[in-house]
Design a protein around this ligand. Structure first.
Ligand SMILES: [Zn+2]
Length: 207
């Protein structure tokens, strides 16, 4: 009987060890899969431009030719290794506002996608026709102010199609959107920020 009890005790002890082993393996798999999930940010796509998890990709978003000429929008997608919100930073809606354009180029080199949770889309120059033509306020092609064209028109003029492309390919995929401006050739402006009244993340907007 004693030996049976001993055997039972040994068996119970074996069961405890087995249970602990199973628990250990479960915890190991669980923490490993958590690491995998945390690192497994989805591939992010803007137009035909793709950035896999942990990648920084720069390319041109194409605005197709309409009844006037087409153009391109140079962008960078910094897709973090970990999942998170999508922030878009836009420069060059007005083509002679160079400070935001240069700022994004500098910022681009300072962000490591492997240390990033979420995704950053940088629009380096939204308005290439205005930038190339050194045109203040309005596009030299359709004489429209891109800043007044949103959400844009698919079949509109070049500025309206740029706005349509940014709205549909970028704004709709963004959780946060910051449109950066500066003084044009003929302007000297003070620093200011404005945001939409009723912003759901008011504490962020107030910053
Ligand atoms: Zn501006």
């Amino acid at each position: 009987m004693d030996s049976y009890k001993d055997m039972e005790a040994i068996f119970a002890s074996d069961k405890r060890i087995f249970f602990l082993q199973v628990l250990f393996v479960f915890l190991l798999i669980s923490s490993f899969s958590n690491i995998l999930i945390a690192q497994n940010n989805k591939t992010f796509t803007v137009g035909s431009i793709e950035a896999k998890s942990g990648e920084k990709v720069s390319d041109s978003l194409i605005v197709e030719k309409g009844f006037d000429e087409g153009t391109f929008i140079p962008i960078t997608i910094i897709n973090g290794a970990k999942s998170g919100p999508v922030l878009t930073l836009v420069a060059g809606v007005h083509g002679t506002e160079y400070v935001p354009i240069i700022s994004l180029q500098q910022l681009l080199n300072e962000i490591n996608p492997n240390e990033l949770s979420g995704t950053i889309i940088m629009v380096h120059i939204a308005n290439i026709p205005s930038f190339s033509g050194r045109a203040v306020y309005s596009s030299p092609i359709d004489n429209k102010n891109l800043n007044r064209c949103f959400p844009g028109k698919n079949k509109g003029t070049i500025s309206e199609r740029i706005a349509y492309t940014i709205t549909n390919e970028i704004i709709k995929k963004s959780d946060y959107y910051i449109d950066l401006h500066g003084g044009e050739f003929n302007e000297a402006i003070v620093d200011f920020i404005y945001f939409q009244v009723g912003c759901p993340e008011i504490h962020i907007c107030e910053q």
